[in-house]
Write a protein that binds this ligand. Sequence first.
Ligand code: ADP
Length: 299
Amino acid sequence: MSCIRANSLDEAIVKLSGEGRRIADRKPVSGGDINRAWRLELSDGTALFMKSNTVGRLPFFQAEVLGLEALRGAGTIGVPEPLALGTDARQGISFLLMEYLEPAPRSKAYWETFGRELALLHRAGCASLVPGGRFGFAADNFIGATPQRNSPRESWPVFFRDCRLLPQIELAGDALDRRTRGQLDRLLERLEDLLPEPDFPSLLHGDLWSGNAVCGPDGKAWILDPAAYVGSFEADLAMTELFGGFPAAFYGAYREVTHFGGDYADRRDLYNLYHLLNHLNLFGGSYLYAVQRIAGRYA
Ligand code: ADP
């Protein structure tokens, strides 16, 4: 079913569940960075997950729906189904309704299954998701609160330069000292030597830190809150390692589908430079040191 557009929350509920249905109960869900999150219970007992924000944030939810639908289309790993989105002028909100994932205990093979299913996602056909190029996405989206450019490019290092590093460096402006800025400029010039073309393009989650995977009702990992695009699988792997990494079982199972070796580790920080620049732009100074360290290393 494709995601319903609605002009109020009540209309969304009726379109989804039928005449006479209403929200019987709503409980806040914690854990989000940006939006308010809720478990809704409808009058017929159905549970739904809702994110809400100010009216002006509707484009964030529209972009999220495109990402969720693309990831669901691959059919390799759990992704919640987006059900309805819209604005509600009376409540002054934009909202996204999706399938509610009932919490369940993790299966014994949770991390192995997660690693394998993510690797299979990265192996799934994705050419139709990037009209006019090999890397990118059909629409721009967001990484956290920052706009993320997805203009198609034929070359992976060119995409990573034009659509990932450059926009964040420009956004950072004076937050970057002259020395670091010079190092980043040299790094950008060398990017085609530093990042090889991947053997195959992959649909990526795009923001795969541990908070964006939860255990679903089947005891397996489901991935949430994507910043999806088509790129090198190494970029998703690198993000999983940025804030501490997943257990070894995850990477072992991933490797059984797609081998990644020592030269990936040489590129990991370069991929994560994108997220660190984004964190610098969103949250300020404390990320500068990490950016400086990586810029100095690759320049
Ligand atoms: P934000 O966009 O604010 O970062 P998230 O998408 O990360 O919000 O969701 C916030 C939290 O809500 C998640 O950490 C997760 O625990 C929970 N959550 C997200 N999606 C669902 C869902 N479909 N069903 C149940 N809980 C969910």
